[in-house]
Design a protein around this ligand. Structure first.
Ligand code: ATP
Ligand code: MG
Length: 386
């Protein structure tokens, strides 16, 4: 008889969380796994600090593993053979599924204490049985080709597996509230969104759109980025804010060197309104200190002053190369480098103020009808879900 993998073991991470938090964490992760696999036939079970995916179609195994690898809150994953908990059944499956040559070790973990042998005894017993049957195999506890793991669990099943793959880590999306990602279409902001989602935050995305200065293709790029991010961050609503009128107003009425600072402050005000309407508690940007003229501490002071929401900047201390590495890992890099201008590059001044002063900013902004501009932009915002 040929045995196939019939189970995927999912081990959650950061389980040092206790009490009510642990319960919330596990429930959220369970629902996120269910949701991510909703298009597949599969049963998802929870038992003793673990989750199991079972009754799936074997032809979908790789797809399911790839989806699971992107779910935050999962520490490790193994594809396994689930067997009823008796010595002969375990041995029988092991004999069928182990590679027939090379070096190996057996690692037994016994959570079910009524099993007739200790972990050590069972590993030794199985190892000896394997050697009896297959003369091309030899044991090496430290330098082995494969590790035969036997997990004997309290739920009356044993799980046989050879490999443990690393999961995405972090916390389940939804356990740390909701935040608004300012998503530009550049390299940095998708990475910032990924990092905040990894800490369990659900995202909405806000894009400031400068039609006709930026094209439909630039917008398509933003949508593709949101789609990619939603593989990690569950469903994401994208708010597309028409920004042209605001930019033209600033361009006409304020000094060039303060263009970016004032534009950023409008972004914050609009993001705050959208956030409040959508239960979002913070703003996320892809800024990194010193990367460009507008990303200095005086600039941050001016930006933060425009909103009462906390502004999270997960990339603040990252080098560009470090950001690009993550962008490549999460497959947003190739989308981000598509050559379409974003709204900031269109209106970028020759000499932006590196040290903008808040009192000057406020003086220049007196020329603008801030409330009307903000309200108009929010009113004309469109939403798409991914
Ligand atoms: P990115 O690579 O994310 O575009 P950047 O290095 O180009 O960042 P800036 O253009 O200074 O930096 O933008 C800083 C941050 O402001 C961005 O990371 C993003 O969070 C936000 N932002 C800029 N432009 C837009 C936009 N058109 N829509 C939404 N957010 C934006
Ligand atoms: Mg940019």
């Amino acid at each position: 008889m040929k045995y196939n993998v019939n189970c995927i073991i999912i081990r959650p991470g950061e389980l040092f969380l206790k009490g009510k938090n642990k319960f919330l964490f596990e429930n959220c992760l369970f629902n996120n796994i269910k949701d991510a696999l909703k298009e597949y036939e599969a049963t998802i079970l929870k038992s003793q600090n673990r989750f199991y995916v079972e009754k799936f179609n074997l032809s979908n195994l790789n797809d399911i593993l790839n989806i699971l690898k992107k779910i935050f809150g999962i520490s490790t994953i193994s594809q396994a053979y689930k067997v009823s908990i008796d010595v002969d059944s375990i041995k029988n499956v092991v004999m069928n599924v182990i590679p027939k040559e090379g070096t190996f070790r057996v690692t037994t973990k016994r959570a079910y204490k009524k099993f007739p042998m200790t972990s050590m005894e069972f590993s030794a017993y199985l190892g000896a049985e394997i050697l009896k049957k297959f003369n091309q195999l030899s044991v090496n506890l430290f330098d082995y080709d494969f590790n035969l793991n036997i997990d004997i669990r309290e739920n009356n099943f044993a799980y046989i597996f050879f490999e443990t793959i690393k999961g995405a880590g972090g916390l389940p999306v939804g356990t740390s509230g909701k935040a608004s990602l300012l998503l530009s279409g550049g390299i940095d902001s998708p990475v910032a969104g990924f990092m905040i989602a990894k800490r369990g935050v659900q995202l909405i995305a806000i894009h400031f759109y400068s039609f006709p200065y930026t094209s439909e293709l630039a917008l398509l790029k933003v949508k593709d980025l949101v789609k990619k991010l939603s593989e990690y961050a569950k469903k994401i609503d994208l708010f597309i804010v028409p920004f042209t009128k605001i930019q033209e107003n600033i361009y006409k009425k304020c000094p060039d060197s303060y263009m970016i600072t004032i534009m950023r402050r409008f972004m914050m005000r609009i993001a705050e309104k959208i956030s409040k309407n959508n239960n979002s508690e913070a703003i996320v940007t892809g800024e990194s200190l010193g990367q460009v003229a507008s990303q200095t501490i005086p600039s941050i002071i001016c930006t933060d002053n425009a909103t009462i929401l906390p502004v999270l900047r997960p990339l603040i201390a990252f080098d560009k190369t470090e950001i690009i590495d993550i962008a490549n890992d999460i497959n947003t890099y190739d989308i981000s480098i598509r050559p379409f201008q974003d709204c900031c590059t269109v209106f970028v001044p020759q000499k932006p103020a590196i040290k903008p002063k808040l009192d000057m900013v406020k003086k220049f902004e007196n020329e603008l009808d801030i409330e009307a501009l903000v309200n108009d932009a929010v009113a004309m915002t469109t939403i798409e879900s991914f």
